[in-house]
Design a protein around this ligand. Structure first.
Ligand code: NJP
Length: 237
């Protein structure tokens, strides 16, 4: 409660659901998206009665712009307590059909974006001796699947990044964790939300609830990882 959170990829899908859930518990929001749609999320939040929201049309892989928006967040709200690295893209192709530009782009957004965002908030969280950095990774950051090597590799990368960062910063009271969902009904991979074939999938709100749980854990506690699947998709544990 009464925290300040930056959420990336909040134009739609999981990030937008996270923004609404955080707003409902009284969080001040600084929202990031690479398209103009991000400003619509602010309007929808305002219509729902949540006014402590600022938005930034920024590509998460752009270090200068990410640092700038973190500074703007702190000057607007006085601090930053939570970063949710949610922005991500994905595609599913055989390795032999994947080209270097596709490989580079998915790494820029999914991996460089997480690095740049996390690095930008660290000085403020270290000074405050408190903070929570949550990355929306994926179940494919834990289990490999065929037909998605590039995307899978990005999610393994952010698992590794988060694990190492967690150990670097815990002495400053900063908690680092990942949320690893299976199939979620969003606009991911150029799909539509709410179609019949996704009825049994997780809802964006289910993932957002996990964020709330992590971000509101007592200060002495860190939730390293939450893995969640639709029942129809559960892997052997
Ligand atoms: O996808 P979608 P999700 N800079 O397409 C933004 C992970 N995940 O909500 O840039 C800044 O509905 C984009 O906004 P805009 C997945 O890997 C998903 O499902 O304005 N923002 C939009 O708000 C990802 O990490 C599933 O167009 C950028 C958002 O990202 C996270 O969940 C399963 C950006 C994408 O919304 C959210 O994805 C799983 C950039 N460069 C993990 N590029 C699943 N859906 O099944 C995109 O295991 N965005």
């Amino acid at each position: 409660k009464n925290q300040v959170a930056i959420v990336t990829g909040a134009s739609r899908g999981i990030g937008k659901a996270i923004a609404f859930k955080l707003a409902e518990i009284g969080t001040k929001l600084s929202l990031v998206g690479s398209s103009e749609e991000i400003h619509k999320t602010r309007e929808e939040l305002r219509e729902a009665g949540f006014h402590e929201v600022i938005t930034h049309q920024v590509d998460v892989s752009n270090e200068e712009q990410m640092q700038d928006l973190v500074e703007k967040t702190v000057s607007q709200f006085g601090t930053v307590d939570v970063l949710v690295n949610n922005a991500g893209i994905g595609f599913f192709k055989l390795v032999e059909d994947t080209n270097v530009d596709e490989w580079r782009k998915v790494f820029e957004v999914n991996v460089q974006g997480v690095f740049v965002g996390s690095k930008a908030v660290l000085p403020y969280m270290k000074e405050k001796k408190f903070g929570t950095i949550i990355t929306i990774s994926s179940d494919v950051g834990r289990y490999t699947i065929p037909n998605g090597a590039a995307y899978t590799a990005t999610k393994y990368a952010v698992q590794g990044f988060s694990g190492a960062l967690a150990q670097e910063v815990r002495e400053y009271g900063i908690r680092v964790g990942t949320i690893n969902p299976g199939m979620v009904d969003t606009y991911f991979n150029n799909s539509e939300q709410g179609t019949d074939d996704k009825k049994e999938w997780l809802k964006a709100e289910n993932v957002a609830e996990a964020v709330i749980y992590m971000a509101s854990a007592p200060k002495h506690m860190v939730i390293d990882e939450i893995v969640l699947h639709p029942l129809i998709q559960q892997y052997p544990i």
